[in-house]
Design a protein around this ligand. Structure first.
Ligand SMILES: NC(=O)c1ccc[n+]([C@@H]2O[C@H](COP(=O)([O-])OP(=O)(O)OC[C@H]3O[C@@H](n4cnc5c(N)ncnc54)[C@H](O)[C@@H]3O)[C@@H](O)[C@H]2O)c1
Length: 256
């Protein structure tokens, strides 16, 4: 029997083939999970539907996390399709490009609110809607970055949003734990995706990590998917409220 057979997973955050969510969806499918994929809007719909066809004709539905109605509709779709949910993957974030360059000091009120809403609050709203659907042993995971706890040049407001996301993971783990539902985060090293490219000088970050990480390389979306499969499976049955680094060890280096 496969590691995830019988498990039903909803994956948010596929935009294209480079998305971390794409590798996670592929990994969950390969280990036997059934999938529902979501797309943010019409711009990404074709890519998501293409992936869904490859992964056992998984159902696809729109979910823009800035809209309560859209989150409600996703919950209704999951309920109508399966009547329960075992795995929820939150692999999405957004900040305005102008706020991912220069000084954090310059962050606007509107830009701060938008980054927080999409990148952090959405996890709370999704967990609340899915709460009645979660089965005992269900696993929720969100993607974060070390810019949450260290000042990473140009990461700025997204670092603050990731700090809120990680704190949310702990509070949600406390709320949902008594029902056997686990909530964790994966802190991925930098990976060249559309979102990452919005951060100014992103390729310099890639070079620095490869030069100083103990494993002397950058990570891949497939490395992250491996950790996601572990967190989705019963192998991690007592792991909750945790931030799991998948970064070739870079986060723990002091002076390289
Ligand atoms: N790439 C990296 O270096 C890296 C490192 C650590 C963490 N992460 C995190 O991984 C996650 C996935 O990012 P990625 O690197 O795969 O980039 P990506 O651009 O492929 O994915 C980002 C996703 O966010 C979705 N999104 C944005 N606004 C949305 C909204 N309003 N409603 C619904 N979806 C919305 C986009 O549609 C897209 O699918 C993000 O949380 C990101 O912060 C990325």
């Amino acid at each position: 029997m496969s590691l995830l057979s019988g498990k039903r997973a909803c994956v948010l955050g596929v935009a294209n083939r480079w998305s971390i969510a794409t590798a996670i969806a592929r990994g969950l499918h390969a280990h036997g999970a059934s999938l529902i994929l979501t797309y943010e809007g019409e711009r990404t719909r074709d890519e998501v539907e293409k992936l869904a066809r490859e992964l056992g004709n998984a159902p696809c539905t729109a979910c823009d996390v800035t809209s309560d109605e859209s989150i409600e509709a996703l919950g209704t779709t999951i309920d109508a399709t399966w009547g329960g949910l075992d795995i929820l993957v939150h692999s999405l974030a957004f900040a305005r490009k102008e706020e991912l360059a220069g000084q954090y000091l310059a962050t606007s009120r509107a830009g701060f609110a938008l980054a927080m809403d999409i990148s952090a609050y959405s996890l709370v709203a999704l967990c609340r809607r899915c709460s009645p659907l979660f089965t005992p042993g269900a696993s929720v995971m969100a993607m974060t970055y070390v810019g949450s706890s260290r000042a990473v040049r140009n990461y700025n407001v997204m670092g603050v949003a990731k700090a809120a996301l990680e704190a949310s993971v702990r509070y949600l783990a406390a709320d949902l734990g008594p029902r056997g539902v686990r909530v964790n985060a994966i802190s991925a090293g930098p990976i060249k995706t559309a979102s990452a490219r919005a951060v100014a000088d992103f390729t310099k970050i890639l070079g620095q990590v490869a030069a100083t990480a103990p494993l002397q390389r950058n990570v891949t979306a497939e490395d992250v998917a491996g950790a996601a499969i572990f967190l989705a499976s019963d192998l991690s049955s007592a792991v909750t409220g945790h931030v799991l680094f998948v970064d070739a060890g870079h986060n723990m280096v002091g002076i390289a």
